[in-house]
Design a protein around this ligand. Structure first.
Ligand code: CA
Length: 342
């Protein structure tokens, strides 16, 4: 099967993540799929943004200082679409000693030019419009962010997402769409309840987190508890997952053993084998040329380790062009070797 490139939040290595500009760039760089992360606004619009917070990416603290919650954060869910559109969007930053400090130093300068938030529907129309003018069929790769959190606020983000998918004609396995989530209980609900209800059956990916990220909570025995991913990493765990998912979406740290791996000697875990042996595909996240692990000296080595040593079926990268070029060169080399040394 052909290996694919998924543009992680667009061409986010070059332009602020999840802006339509970064999607256009990734599109032109040859991505197979463009990623959308989704959170819901106070007035139930699906917003394309990676965090359920606004603090890392916008000037919300200056524009709406009174909306800060007790935990010191500003939440997408506390704002209307109109308010969200009034914010300036930026390359990601962290706050250090009260100052904004850009997270990736060599990326697009923060708070320069003009970027705005947009809705899921606006992005689909953008990509479908490009597919029409460019004569291509680039896919969408949709993630519902923290469905458990939206449920706590009486919002069903998965239902809202499927309604939009249905409206824009993404309904079947063959369609160029993946539905991904970290929330395994919600994925079960999507597959068992919502898919039949909406007559939808698209490809699904269960994303895997480390428990200490506190990525997912589930309502169990009368209270919200931290979800445990450990049992889902084994062959038997994945057998269960394969009832609901077309594939797995792990961190690449779950695929390459970073403690045992050294430069020139990559040690693979059994994660991809467990996935493949349960007839699922594997799409790890996230390859960044400006954040390489110690066991490689170039981004191409990391692409090679994941695509060809670990044998993943696709991967998320902030640098679509580099992954596309890597695959093109590698496939040419493999074809040459086959031709001359058979
Ligand atoms: Ca994502």
């Amino acid at each position: 099967m052909e290996k694919i490139v998924i543009a992680h939040r667009g061409a986010s290595g070059y332009l602020p993540e999840h802006t339509l500009e970064s999607k256009a760039l990734a599109y032109m760089m040859g991505a197979d799929y463009l990623e959308q992360d989704l959170a819901m606004s106070r007035d139930d619009c699906l917003i394309v943004i990676h965090d359920i917070y606004l603090d890392r990416l916008t000037d919300v603290a200056e524009k709406f200082p009174e909306r800060i919650r007790a935990d010191g954060r500003f939440y997408v869910i506390d704002f209307t679409l109109e308010e969200l559109k009034s914010l300036n969007f930026s390359e990601g930053f962290i706050i250090e000693k009260g100052q904004k400090v850009q997270e990736y130093k060599n990326r697009f300068p923060m708070f320069t030019s003009t970027f705005k938030l947009h809705t899921f529907e606006e992005e689909i129309e953008f990509i479908q419009g490009l597919n029409k003018t460019m004569g291509k069929d680039v896919g969408i790769y949709v993630e519902t962010k923290a469905p458990w959190f939206h449920k706590q606020h009486n919002k069903d983000i998965s239902k809202a997402t499927l309604e939009v998918l249905k409206k824009y004609g993404y309904t079947k396995k063959e369609d160029k769409v993946y539905f991904q989530t970290f929330d395994y209980p919600d994925l079960k609900y999507v597959r068992e309840t919502l898919f039949p209800q909406y007559n939808i059956d698209v490809k699904t990916i269960l994303l895997y987190a480390y428990n200490d990220w506190h990525e997912t909570y589930e309502y169990k025995e009368g209270k919200w508890q931290l979800f445990d991913y450990e049992p889902l990493m084994t062959f038997d765990g994945m057998k269960e997952v394969s009832r609901y998912a077309t594939g797995t979406g792990p961190s690449y740290d779950m695929i390459i053993d970073k403690d045992k791996s050294k430069q020139g000697s990559i040690v693979i875990t059994d994660f991809v084998a467990n996935t493949h042996n349960n007839n699922m595909i594997c799409h790890p996240y996230t390859v960044r040329k400006d954040k390489l692990p110690h066991y490689v000296t170039s981004v191409d080595e990391l692409y090679d380790a994941l695509y060809f040593k670990a044998d993943v079926d696709g991967l998320f990268t902030d640098f679509t062009d580099l992954a596309v070029n890597f695959l093109k060169n590698k496939i040419q080399k493999l074809a040459f070797t086959n031709m001359h040394f058979k």
